[in-house]
Design a protein around this ligand. Structure first.
Ligand code: ATP
Ligand code: MG
Length: 528
Protein backbone atom coordinates (compact mmCIF):
# COMPACT_ATOMS: atom_id res chain seq x y z
CA UNK A 1 0.00 0.00 0.00
CA UNK A 2 1.14 3.55 -0.54
CA UNK A 3 1.57 4.77 3.03
CA UNK A 4 0.39 8.25 2.09
CA UNK A 5 -2.94 7.07 0.70
CA UNK A 6 -5.79 5.30 2.51
CA UNK A 7 -6.11 1.58 1.83
CA UNK A 8 -9.25 2.16 -0.28
CA UNK A 9 -10.73 5.19 -1.96
CA UNK A 10 -13.99 3.68 -3.14
CA UNK A 11 -16.09 0.56 -3.48
CA UNK A 12 -19.16 -1.01 -4.89
CA UNK A 13 -21.01 -3.86 -3.20
CA UNK A 14 -24.03 -5.92 -4.17
CA UNK A 15 -25.95 -8.21 -1.87
CA UNK A 16 -28.39 -10.53 -3.63
CA UNK A 17 -30.66 -13.24 -2.38
CA UNK A 18 -30.92 -14.64 -5.91
CA UNK A 19 -28.26 -15.37 -8.54
CA UNK A 20 -28.16 -11.95 -10.21
CA UNK A 21 -25.15 -11.17 -12.35
CA UNK A 22 -22.88 -8.51 -10.82
CA UNK A 23 -22.76 -5.09 -12.45
CA UNK A 24 -19.69 -3.70 -14.13
CA UNK A 25 -19.07 -0.52 -12.15
CA UNK A 26 -17.73 2.77 -13.52
CA UNK A 27 -15.61 4.95 -11.28
CA UNK A 28 -14.01 8.34 -11.84
CA UNK A 29 -11.60 7.63 -8.96
CA UNK A 30 -8.42 5.93 -10.08
CA UNK A 31 -7.10 2.96 -8.18
CA UNK A 32 -6.41 -0.72 -8.35
CA UNK A 33 -9.44 -2.96 -8.43
CA UNK A 34 -9.94 -5.99 -6.20
CA UNK A 35 -13.03 -8.17 -6.41
CA UNK A 36 -14.48 -10.66 -3.97
CA UNK A 37 -17.47 -12.93 -4.24
CA UNK A 38 -18.86 -14.47 -1.07
CA UNK A 39 -21.69 -16.95 -1.08
CA UNK A 40 -23.55 -17.99 2.08
CA UNK A 41 -26.76 -19.97 2.54
CA UNK A 42 -28.91 -16.84 2.46
CA UNK A 43 -27.15 -14.42 0.13
CA UNK A 44 -24.33 -13.56 -2.27
CA UNK A 45 -22.03 -10.59 -1.77
CA UNK A 46 -20.13 -9.15 -4.74
CA UNK A 47 -17.55 -6.54 -3.87
CA UNK A 48 -15.38 -4.27 -5.98
CA UNK A 49 -12.81 -2.30 -4.04
CA UNK A 50 -10.74 0.61 -5.40
CA UNK A 51 -7.54 0.38 -3.42
CA UNK A 52 -4.01 1.72 -3.24
CA UNK A 53 -2.10 -1.55 -3.00
CA UNK A 54 -3.32 -3.40 0.10
CA UNK A 55 -7.00 -4.27 -0.41
CA UNK A 56 -7.10 -6.46 2.70
CA UNK A 57 -6.66 -3.35 4.84
CA UNK A 58 -9.97 -1.96 3.64
CA UNK A 59 -11.82 -5.22 4.04
CA UNK A 60 -12.50 -6.90 7.38
CA UNK A 61 -14.13 -10.29 7.69
CA UNK A 62 -15.08 -11.52 11.16
CA UNK A 63 -17.85 -13.71 12.57
CA UNK A 64 -19.43 -14.09 9.12
CA UNK A 65 -19.60 -10.31 8.80
CA UNK A 66 -17.87 -8.31 6.08
CA UNK A 67 -16.91 -4.64 6.39
CA UNK A 68 -15.75 -2.42 3.53
CA UNK A 69 -14.11 0.84 4.44
CA UNK A 70 -13.12 3.56 1.95
CA UNK A 71 -11.19 6.44 3.47
CA UNK A 72 -9.49 6.93 6.82
CA UNK A 73 -9.95 7.68 10.51
CA UNK A 74 -8.50 10.69 12.33
CA UNK A 75 -9.11 9.62 15.94
CA UNK A 76 -7.46 6.19 15.92
CA UNK A 77 -5.71 6.88 19.23
CA UNK A 78 -8.96 7.62 21.05
CA UNK A 79 -10.67 4.66 19.43
CA UNK A 80 -7.87 2.28 20.35
CA UNK A 81 -8.46 3.17 23.98
CA UNK A 82 -11.90 1.61 23.68
CA UNK A 83 -10.40 -1.83 23.06
CA UNK A 84 -8.32 -2.46 26.20
CA UNK A 85 -6.53 -5.77 26.37
CA UNK A 86 -7.04 -6.54 22.69
CA UNK A 87 -4.35 -6.67 20.06
CA UNK A 88 -4.82 -3.38 18.27
CA UNK A 89 -6.32 -3.88 14.83
CA UNK A 90 -3.80 -2.97 12.16
CA UNK A 91 -6.20 -1.27 9.75
CA UNK A 92 -9.07 1.20 10.01
CA UNK A 93 -11.44 -1.43 8.63
CA UNK A 94 -10.43 -3.93 11.32
CA UNK A 95 -10.70 -1.25 14.01
CA UNK A 96 -14.23 -0.30 12.94
CA UNK A 97 -15.18 -3.96 12.76
CA UNK A 98 -13.89 -4.47 16.33
CA UNK A 99 -15.83 -1.43 17.54
CA UNK A 100 -18.94 -2.82 15.86
CA UNK A 101 -18.58 -5.89 18.08
CA UNK A 102 -18.85 -3.69 21.13
CA UNK A 103 -21.21 -0.93 20.05
CA UNK A 104 -23.20 -2.25 17.10
CA UNK A 105 -24.34 0.44 14.65
CA UNK A 106 -23.54 3.06 17.31
CA UNK A 107 -19.84 2.43 16.66
CA UNK A 108 -20.16 4.97 13.85
CA UNK A 109 -20.99 7.71 16.37
CA UNK A 110 -17.46 7.32 17.72
CA UNK A 111 -15.60 7.95 14.49
CA UNK A 112 -13.91 11.14 13.37
CA UNK A 113 -12.89 10.44 9.80
CA UNK A 114 -13.32 10.79 6.07
CA UNK A 115 -15.01 7.59 5.00
CA UNK A 116 -17.88 5.62 3.60
CA UNK A 117 -18.46 2.13 5.00
CA UNK A 118 -20.62 -0.87 4.29
CA UNK A 119 -21.17 -3.83 6.54
CA UNK A 120 -22.85 -7.02 5.36
CA UNK A 121 -23.98 -9.22 8.23
CA UNK A 122 -26.14 -12.19 7.17
CA UNK A 123 -29.65 -10.76 6.61
CA UNK A 124 -28.57 -7.22 7.17
CA UNK A 125 -26.60 -4.52 5.35
CA UNK A 126 -25.45 -1.35 7.10
CA UNK A 127 -24.29 1.81 5.27
CA UNK A 128 -22.41 4.55 7.10
CA UNK A 129 -21.10 7.97 6.13
CA UNK A 130 -18.78 10.24 8.07
CA UNK A 131 -20.19 13.32 9.86
CA UNK A 132 -19.76 15.47 6.74
CA UNK A 133 -20.71 12.89 4.14
CA UNK A 134 -17.31 13.72 2.73
CA UNK A 135 -17.00 10.38 0.94
CA UNK A 136 -20.32 10.19 -0.93
CA UNK A 137 -22.23 6.91 -0.73
CA UNK A 138 -25.11 5.92 -3.00
CA UNK A 139 -27.54 3.07 -2.56
CA UNK A 140 -30.16 1.17 -4.44
CA UNK A 141 -32.40 -1.09 -2.37
CA UNK A 142 -35.17 -3.51 -3.27
CA UNK A 143 -36.50 -6.61 -1.49
CA UNK A 144 -33.83 -9.28 -1.83
CA UNK A 145 -31.11 -7.00 -3.19
CA UNK A 146 -29.05 -4.16 -1.80
CA UNK A 147 -26.45 -2.27 -3.82
CA UNK A 148 -24.16 0.55 -2.80
CA UNK A 149 -21.24 2.45 -4.29
CA UNK A 150 -19.14 5.49 -3.59
CA UNK A 151 -20.04 6.93 -7.01
CA UNK A 152 -23.58 7.17 -8.36
CA UNK A 153 -22.49 6.28 -11.89
CA UNK A 154 -21.30 2.88 -10.64
CA UNK A 155 -24.94 1.97 -9.99
CA UNK A 156 -26.18 3.02 -13.43
CA UNK A 157 -27.39 -0.44 -14.39
CA UNK A 158 -29.28 -0.91 -11.13
CA UNK A 159 -31.26 2.27 -10.76
CA UNK A 160 -34.48 1.13 -12.35
CA UNK A 161 -34.83 -1.67 -9.81
CA UNK A 162 -34.47 0.37 -6.62
CA UNK A 163 -37.14 1.54 -4.19
CA UNK A 164 -36.91 4.82 -2.30
CA UNK A 165 -35.53 4.24 1.20
CA UNK A 166 -36.33 6.35 4.20
CA UNK A 167 -33.92 9.25 4.79
CA UNK A 168 -32.13 8.71 1.46
CA UNK A 169 -31.43 11.84 -0.59
CA UNK A 170 -32.82 11.96 -4.09
CA UNK A 171 -30.27 11.78 -6.91
CA UNK A 172 -30.97 13.80 -10.06
CA UNK A 173 -32.63 11.69 -12.79
CA UNK A 174 -31.89 8.47 -10.90
CA UNK A 175 -35.21 7.62 -9.21
CA UNK A 176 -34.02 4.19 -8.03
CA UNK A 177 -30.84 5.49 -6.41
CA UNK A 178 -30.46 7.58 -3.28
CA UNK A 179 -27.52 9.21 -1.54
CA UNK A 180 -26.88 8.19 2.06
CA UNK A 181 -27.07 11.40 4.11
CA UNK A 182 -24.04 12.83 5.90
CA UNK A 183 -23.49 11.57 9.44
CA UNK A 184 -25.83 8.63 9.03
CA UNK A 185 -26.15 4.93 9.46
CA UNK A 186 -28.79 3.10 7.43
CA UNK A 187 -29.55 -0.38 8.69
CA UNK A 188 -31.30 -2.47 6.05
CA UNK A 189 -32.95 -5.86 6.13
CA UNK A 190 -32.09 -7.49 2.82
CA UNK A 191 -35.20 -9.65 2.34
CA UNK A 192 -37.68 -6.78 2.76
CA UNK A 193 -35.59 -3.70 1.96
CA UNK A 194 -36.83 -2.19 5.25
CA UNK A 195 -34.49 0.53 6.55
CA UNK A 196 -33.87 1.95 10.01
CA UNK A 197 -31.79 5.13 10.02
CA UNK A 198 -29.66 6.70 12.76
CA UNK A 199 -28.06 10.14 12.69
CA UNK A 200 -24.49 9.97 14.01
CA UNK A 201 -23.74 13.68 13.79
CA UNK A 202 -25.58 16.95 13.28
CA UNK A 203 -24.11 20.46 13.21
CA UNK A 204 -24.26 22.09 16.65
CA UNK A 205 -27.20 24.46 17.03
CA UNK A 206 -26.19 26.19 20.27
CA UNK A 207 -23.41 28.81 20.40
CA UNK A 208 -20.52 29.10 22.87
CA UNK A 209 -19.52 32.40 24.41
CA UNK A 210 -15.77 32.52 25.04
CA UNK A 211 -13.22 35.23 25.78
CA UNK A 212 -11.19 36.15 22.66
CA UNK A 213 -7.99 34.44 23.82
CA UNK A 214 -9.71 31.25 24.79
CA UNK A 215 -11.67 31.10 21.52
CA UNK A 216 -8.50 31.59 19.44
CA UNK A 217 -6.68 29.03 21.54
CA UNK A 218 -9.44 26.46 21.15
CA UNK A 219 -9.47 26.90 17.38
CA UNK A 220 -5.69 26.65 17.19
CA UNK A 221 -5.53 23.42 19.19
CA UNK A 222 -8.33 21.78 17.25
CA UNK A 223 -6.79 22.74 13.91
CA UNK A 224 -3.31 21.61 14.95
CA UNK A 225 -4.69 18.22 15.90
CA UNK A 226 -6.64 17.94 12.63
CA UNK A 227 -3.57 18.78 10.55
CA UNK A 228 -1.43 16.34 12.56
CA UNK A 229 -3.98 13.54 12.10
CA UNK A 230 -3.95 14.13 8.34
CA UNK A 231 -0.22 14.20 7.73
CA UNK A 232 1.48 10.85 7.41
CA UNK A 233 5.20 10.11 7.40
CA UNK A 234 5.61 11.57 3.90
CA UNK A 235 6.07 15.24 3.06
CA UNK A 236 2.61 16.77 2.90
CA UNK A 237 1.46 18.80 -0.08
CA UNK A 238 -0.77 21.81 0.62
CA UNK A 239 -2.79 23.44 -2.15
CA UNK A 240 -2.08 27.04 -1.30
CA UNK A 241 -3.77 30.24 -2.46
CA UNK A 242 -2.20 32.63 0.04
CA UNK A 243 -5.62 33.21 1.63
CA UNK A 244 -5.87 32.71 5.39
CA UNK A 245 -7.52 29.27 5.20
CA UNK A 246 -4.89 27.41 3.21
CA UNK A 247 -2.04 29.49 4.65
CA UNK A 248 -3.09 28.40 8.16
CA UNK A 249 -3.08 24.74 7.14
CA UNK A 250 0.31 25.13 5.44
CA UNK A 251 1.77 26.89 8.48
CA UNK A 252 0.62 24.16 10.88
CA UNK A 253 1.78 21.39 8.54
CA UNK A 254 5.19 23.10 8.23
CA UNK A 255 5.55 23.40 12.02
CA UNK A 256 5.26 19.66 12.50
CA UNK A 257 7.29 18.64 9.48
CA UNK A 258 10.96 17.73 9.87
CA UNK A 259 11.81 19.17 6.45
CA UNK A 260 10.23 21.68 4.08
CA UNK A 261 6.66 20.92 3.07
CA UNK A 262 5.45 21.10 -0.54
CA UNK A 263 2.99 23.76 -1.63
CA UNK A 264 1.38 24.35 -5.00
CA UNK A 265 -0.72 27.17 -6.44
CA UNK A 266 -2.73 27.28 -9.62
CA UNK A 267 -3.65 30.27 -11.75
CA UNK A 268 -4.93 30.91 -15.24
CA UNK A 269 -4.09 33.35 -18.01
CA UNK A 270 -7.06 35.33 -16.64
CA UNK A 271 -6.12 35.60 -12.95
CA UNK A 272 -3.96 34.14 -10.22
CA UNK A 273 -2.98 34.62 -6.60
CA UNK A 274 0.66 33.73 -7.21
CA UNK A 275 2.17 36.79 -5.46
CA UNK A 276 0.03 36.15 -2.35
CA UNK A 277 0.92 32.46 -2.23
CA UNK A 278 4.62 33.24 -2.72
CA UNK A 279 4.63 35.39 0.42
CA UNK A 280 3.43 32.40 2.43
CA UNK A 281 5.70 29.87 0.71
CA UNK A 282 8.73 32.08 1.35
CA UNK A 283 7.75 32.60 4.99
CA UNK A 284 7.36 28.86 5.56
CA UNK A 285 10.33 27.84 3.40
CA UNK A 286 8.16 25.42 1.43
CA UNK A 287 9.13 23.80 -1.86
CA UNK A 288 6.64 25.79 -3.92
CA UNK A 289 5.27 25.18 -7.39
CA UNK A 290 3.08 27.35 -9.61
CA UNK A 291 0.86 25.83 -12.27
CA UNK A 292 -0.76 28.02 -14.91
CA UNK A 293 -3.73 26.57 -16.74
CA UNK A 294 -4.92 28.32 -19.91
CA UNK A 295 -8.54 29.40 -19.44
CA UNK A 296 -9.72 27.39 -22.45
CA UNK A 297 -8.21 24.21 -20.94
CA UNK A 298 -9.71 25.02 -17.54
CA UNK A 299 -13.20 25.14 -19.06
CA UNK A 300 -12.61 21.94 -21.00
CA UNK A 301 -12.23 20.34 -17.56
CA UNK A 302 -15.88 21.03 -16.70
CA UNK A 303 -16.99 17.49 -17.64
CA UNK A 304 -14.21 16.01 -15.47
CA UNK A 305 -15.15 18.11 -12.44
CA UNK A 306 -18.83 17.15 -12.80
CA UNK A 307 -17.93 13.49 -13.43
CA UNK A 308 -15.92 13.42 -10.22
CA UNK A 309 -18.19 15.51 -7.98
CA UNK A 310 -21.51 14.18 -9.32
CA UNK A 311 -23.02 17.53 -8.43
CA UNK A 312 -25.36 19.49 -10.72
CA UNK A 313 -24.96 22.79 -8.82
CA UNK A 314 -23.08 25.33 -11.00
CA UNK A 315 -21.83 27.39 -8.05
CA UNK A 316 -20.21 24.36 -6.46
CA UNK A 317 -18.73 23.29 -9.79
CA UNK A 318 -17.15 26.76 -10.15
CA UNK A 319 -15.39 26.28 -6.81
CA UNK A 320 -14.28 22.76 -7.69
CA UNK A 321 -13.18 23.31 -11.29
CA UNK A 322 -9.88 25.10 -10.55
CA UNK A 323 -8.95 22.51 -7.94
CA UNK A 324 -9.76 19.66 -10.31
CA UNK A 325 -7.58 21.29 -12.95
CA UNK A 326 -4.79 21.55 -10.40
CA UNK A 327 -5.06 17.93 -9.21
CA UNK A 328 -5.02 16.66 -12.79
CA UNK A 329 -1.78 18.52 -13.44
CA UNK A 330 0.10 17.40 -10.34
CA UNK A 331 1.91 14.76 -12.31
CA UNK A 332 1.31 11.28 -13.49
CA UNK A 333 0.72 8.89 -10.65
CA UNK A 334 2.01 5.72 -12.21
CA UNK A 335 1.14 3.15 -14.76
CA UNK A 336 -1.64 0.65 -14.92
CA UNK A 337 -0.82 -3.03 -14.70
CA UNK A 338 -2.13 -6.27 -13.32
CA UNK A 339 -0.95 -6.88 -9.81
CA UNK A 340 -2.49 -10.26 -9.06
CA UNK A 341 -3.50 -11.03 -5.49
CA UNK A 342 -6.94 -11.48 -4.04
CA UNK A 343 -9.44 -11.32 -6.87
CA UNK A 344 -8.50 -9.60 -10.09
CA UNK A 345 -6.70 -6.35 -9.61
CA UNK A 346 -5.57 -3.63 -11.91
CA UNK A 347 -4.67 0.01 -11.60
CA UNK A 348 -1.80 2.16 -10.44
CA UNK A 349 0.58 1.94 -7.52
CA UNK A 350 2.36 5.13 -8.46
CA UNK A 351 3.13 8.32 -6.66
CA UNK A 352 -0.26 9.54 -5.51
CA UNK A 353 0.08 12.45 -3.10
CA UNK A 354 -1.61 13.20 0.20
CA UNK A 355 -3.01 16.69 -0.29
CA UNK A 356 -4.18 19.04 2.45
CA UNK A 357 -6.52 21.88 1.53
CA UNK A 358 -8.02 24.89 3.27
CA UNK A 359 -11.36 24.05 1.72
CA UNK A 360 -14.58 24.65 3.62
CA UNK A 361 -13.49 27.07 6.38
CA UNK A 362 -15.93 29.68 5.13
CA UNK A 363 -18.99 27.50 5.75
CA UNK A 364 -18.81 27.28 9.59
CA UNK A 365 -17.23 30.75 9.85
CA UNK A 366 -19.53 32.61 7.45
CA UNK A 367 -16.53 33.81 5.45
CA UNK A 368 -18.44 34.22 2.19
CA UNK A 369 -20.76 36.64 3.93
CA UNK A 370 -19.37 40.09 3.27
CA UNK A 371 -21.13 42.24 5.79
CA UNK A 372 -20.85 42.93 9.45
CA UNK A 373 -24.32 42.39 10.93
CA UNK A 374 -24.40 39.40 13.22
CA UNK A 375 -27.99 38.20 12.63
CA UNK A 376 -27.31 37.93 8.89
CA UNK A 377 -23.97 36.23 9.53
CA UNK A 378 -25.57 33.66 11.83
CA UNK A 379 -28.41 33.11 9.35
CA UNK A 380 -25.84 32.42 6.62
CA UNK A 381 -23.92 29.96 8.83
CA UNK A 382 -27.14 28.15 9.81
CA UNK A 383 -28.27 27.99 6.17
CA UNK A 384 -24.93 26.71 4.89
CA UNK A 385 -24.67 24.10 7.63
CA UNK A 386 -28.22 22.95 6.84
CA UNK A 387 -27.62 22.61 3.10
CA UNK A 388 -24.05 21.35 2.57
CA UNK A 389 -25.11 17.72 2.39
CA UNK A 390 -25.33 16.18 -1.07
CA UNK A 391 -23.31 18.97 -2.74
CA UNK A 392 -20.23 16.72 -2.63
CA UNK A 393 -17.89 19.71 -2.27
CA UNK A 394 -15.53 17.65 -0.16
CA UNK A 395 -15.46 14.49 -2.25
CA UNK A 396 -12.04 12.82 -2.54
CA UNK A 397 -12.91 11.77 -6.10
CA UNK A 398 -11.81 15.19 -7.41
CA UNK A 399 -8.23 14.30 -6.55
CA UNK A 400 -8.64 10.51 -6.72
CA UNK A 401 -9.46 10.99 -10.41
CA UNK A 402 -5.78 11.93 -10.71
CA UNK A 403 -4.60 9.24 -8.26
CA UNK A 404 -4.24 11.56 -5.23
CA UNK A 405 -5.95 11.72 -1.83
CA UNK A 406 -7.20 15.09 -0.60
CA UNK A 407 -8.29 15.87 2.93
CA UNK A 408 -9.76 18.99 4.52
CA UNK A 409 -8.75 19.86 8.11
CA UNK A 410 -11.52 22.49 8.54
CA UNK A 411 -14.08 19.73 8.11
CA UNK A 412 -12.53 17.52 10.73
CA UNK A 413 -15.39 16.59 13.04
CA UNK A 414 -13.83 18.24 16.11
CA UNK A 415 -12.73 21.38 14.25
CA UNK A 416 -16.19 21.75 12.79
CA UNK A 417 -17.82 21.33 16.21
CA UNK A 418 -15.62 24.16 17.53
CA UNK A 419 -16.02 26.51 14.55
CA UNK A 420 -19.76 26.16 14.09
CA UNK A 421 -20.50 26.55 17.78
CA UNK A 422 -18.64 29.82 18.35
CA UNK A 423 -20.96 32.80 18.73
CA UNK A 424 -21.12 34.94 15.60
CA UNK A 425 -19.31 37.88 17.24
CA UNK A 426 -16.13 35.78 17.34
CA UNK A 427 -16.41 35.04 13.62
CA UNK A 428 -16.87 38.67 12.63
CA UNK A 429 -14.95 41.02 14.92
CA UNK A 430 -12.85 44.19 14.75
CA UNK A 431 -14.06 44.65 11.16
CA UNK A 432 -12.68 41.31 9.96
CA UNK A 433 -14.34 38.18 8.67
CA UNK A 434 -13.12 34.82 10.07
CA UNK A 435 -11.64 36.84 12.95
CA UNK A 436 -11.15 33.92 15.33
CA UNK A 437 -9.16 31.96 12.74
CA UNK A 438 -6.95 34.96 11.99
CA UNK A 439 -6.37 35.46 15.74
CA UNK A 440 -5.55 31.76 16.16
CA UNK A 441 -2.79 31.85 13.54
CA UNK A 442 -1.37 35.35 14.00
CA UNK A 443 1.98 34.13 15.35
CA UNK A 444 2.82 31.73 12.50
CA UNK A 445 2.00 33.83 9.43
CA UNK A 446 3.04 37.25 8.15
CA UNK A 447 0.67 40.04 9.22
CA UNK A 448 -0.35 40.79 5.63
CA UNK A 449 -1.59 37.19 5.29
CA UNK A 450 -3.42 37.25 8.60
CA UNK A 451 -5.42 40.33 7.55
CA UNK A 452 -5.84 39.48 3.85
CA UNK A 453 -9.52 39.77 2.79
CA UNK A 454 -11.21 36.68 1.44
CA UNK A 455 -10.96 35.88 -2.25
CA UNK A 456 -12.86 32.77 -3.35
CA UNK A 457 -11.04 30.16 -5.42
CA UNK A 458 -13.52 30.74 -8.28
CA UNK A 459 -12.66 34.44 -8.23
CA UNK A 460 -8.90 34.23 -7.69
CA UNK A 461 -8.54 31.87 -10.64
CA UNK A 462 -10.92 33.80 -12.90
CA UNK A 463 -13.13 30.71 -13.22
CA UNK A 464 -16.45 32.50 -12.74
CA UNK A 465 -15.51 35.21 -15.24
CA UNK A 466 -14.23 32.81 -17.91
CA UNK A 467 -17.25 30.52 -17.62
CA UNK A 468 -19.51 33.56 -18.02
CA UNK A 469 -17.55 34.69 -21.07
CA UNK A 470 -17.83 31.25 -22.67
CA UNK A 471 -21.61 31.69 -22.55
CA UNK A 472 -21.86 35.34 -23.59
CA UNK A 473 -19.50 34.60 -26.51
CA UNK A 474 -22.03 31.94 -27.56
CA UNK A 475 -24.72 34.64 -27.70
CA UNK A 476 -26.34 34.15 -24.29
CA UNK A 477 -27.40 37.52 -22.88
CA UNK A 478 -25.77 38.63 -19.63
CA UNK A 479 -29.00 38.38 -17.67
CA UNK A 480 -29.43 34.72 -18.67
CA UNK A 481 -25.87 33.62 -17.86
CA UNK A 482 -26.68 32.33 -14.39
CA UNK A 483 -29.52 30.18 -15.64
CA UNK A 484 -27.45 29.02 -18.63
CA UNK A 485 -24.62 27.91 -16.32
CA UNK A 486 -27.10 25.73 -14.46
CA UNK A 487 -28.32 24.20 -17.71
CA UNK A 488 -24.80 23.54 -19.01
CA UNK A 489 -23.81 21.85 -15.78
CA UNK A 490 -27.01 19.80 -15.68
CA UNK A 491 -26.61 18.71 -19.30
CA UNK A 492 -23.04 17.57 -18.67
CA UNK A 493 -24.13 15.86 -15.44
CA UNK A 494 -26.77 13.92 -17.35
CA UNK A 495 -24.20 12.78 -19.89
CA UNK A 496 -21.42 11.73 -17.53
CA UNK A 497 -23.32 10.60 -14.41
CA UNK A 498 -26.74 9.48 -15.63
CA UNK A 499 -25.64 8.05 -18.97
CA UNK A 500 -22.15 7.07 -17.81
CA UNK A 501 -20.26 8.68 -20.68
CA UNK A 502 -16.55 9.38 -20.17
CA UNK A 503 -15.85 13.12 -19.78
CA UNK A 504 -13.42 13.06 -22.72
CA UNK A 505 -16.41 12.17 -24.90
CA UNK A 506 -18.39 15.26 -23.92
CA UNK A 507 -18.24 18.02 -26.52
CA UNK A 508 -18.36 21.17 -24.41
CA UNK A 509 -18.89 23.45 -27.41
CA UNK A 510 -21.87 21.37 -28.52
CA UNK A 511 -23.37 21.54 -25.02
CA UNK A 512 -22.93 25.32 -24.93
CA UNK A 513 -24.45 25.64 -28.39
CA UNK A 514 -27.42 23.51 -27.33
CA UNK A 515 -28.06 25.65 -24.26
CA UNK A 516 -27.58 28.89 -26.23
CA UNK A 517 -30.09 27.63 -28.74
CA UNK A 518 -32.62 26.68 -26.07
CA UNK A 519 -32.05 29.96 -24.33
CA UNK A 520 -32.77 31.87 -27.57
CA UNK A 521 -36.03 30.00 -28.13
CA UNK A 522 -37.39 29.70 -24.60
CA UNK A 523 -37.79 32.37 -21.97
CA UNK A 524 -36.36 31.38 -18.55
CA UNK A 525 -36.67 28.86 -17.10
CA UNK A 526 -35.77 26.64 -20.04
CA UNK A 527 -37.49 23.27 -19.94
CA UNK A 528 -35.46 20.14 -20.57
P1 ATP B 1 -9.73 32.70 1.83
O1 ATP B 1 -11.05 32.02 2.00
O2 ATP B 1 -9.44 33.65 2.91
O3 ATP B 1 -9.56 33.26 0.45
P2 ATP B 1 -8.30 30.41 0.94
O4 ATP B 1 -7.97 31.04 -0.35
O5 ATP B 1 -7.27 29.53 1.53
O6 ATP B 1 -8.67 31.49 2.02
P3 ATP B 1 -10.73 29.58 -0.44
O7 ATP B 1 -10.62 30.79 -1.26
O8 ATP B 1 -12.03 29.29 0.21
O9 ATP B 1 -9.64 29.56 0.77
O10 ATP B 1 -10.30 28.34 -1.33
C1 ATP B 1 -10.53 27.02 -0.86
C2 ATP B 1 -9.25 26.22 -0.87
O11 ATP B 1 -8.91 25.88 -2.21
C3 ATP B 1 -8.03 26.92 -0.34
O12 ATP B 1 -7.97 26.90 1.05
C4 ATP B 1 -6.89 26.20 -1.00
O13 ATP B 1 -6.57 25.00 -0.32
C5 ATP B 1 -7.48 25.89 -2.35
N1 ATP B 1 -7.15 26.95 -3.32
C6 ATP B 1 -7.87 28.06 -3.57
N2 ATP B 1 -7.30 28.79 -4.53
C7 ATP B 1 -6.17 28.13 -4.90
C8 ATP B 1 -5.13 28.36 -5.83
N3 ATP B 1 -5.14 29.42 -6.62
N4 ATP B 1 -4.14 27.47 -5.91
C9 ATP B 1 -4.11 26.37 -5.11
N5 ATP B 1 -5.07 26.11 -4.22
C10 ATP B 1 -6.08 26.96 -4.10
MG1 MG C 1 -9.17 32.26 -1.36
Amino acid sequence: MQANLPAAIGFMAEVHQDDARPLEPLFAARGSTARWHERTADRTLHTVLLHSGAPDEAYAREHGRTLLFAGELYNRDELSGLLPGRVLPSSDAALVSALFDGYGVHAFRLLNGRFAALLADRERVVFATDHAGSVPLYACVAPGQVLAATEAKALRGAAARGLPISQGRAVRRRPGTCQVPAGSVLDIQVSTGMCVSHRTWTPPLARRILPEDEAADTVRRALERAVRARTGPHTPLVVLSGGIDSSAVAALAARRSAGPIDTVSMGTDEADEFPQARVVARHLGSAHQEITVPTADLLLGLPHAIWAAECPDPDVIEYLLPLTALYLRLGDTGSDGDTGGDGDTRGNHGTGRRILTGYGADIPLGGMHRESRLPELETAVCHDMDTFDGLNELTPTLSAMAGHWSTHPYWDRDVLDVLVSLEAGLKRRHGRDKWVLRAALHDVLPHEVVVRPKLGVHEGSGTTASFSRLLTDAGIPQDRVRQAKRLVVEEIYDQVVVEGRHPDEVALDAVVELIADRSAHHPCPVPR
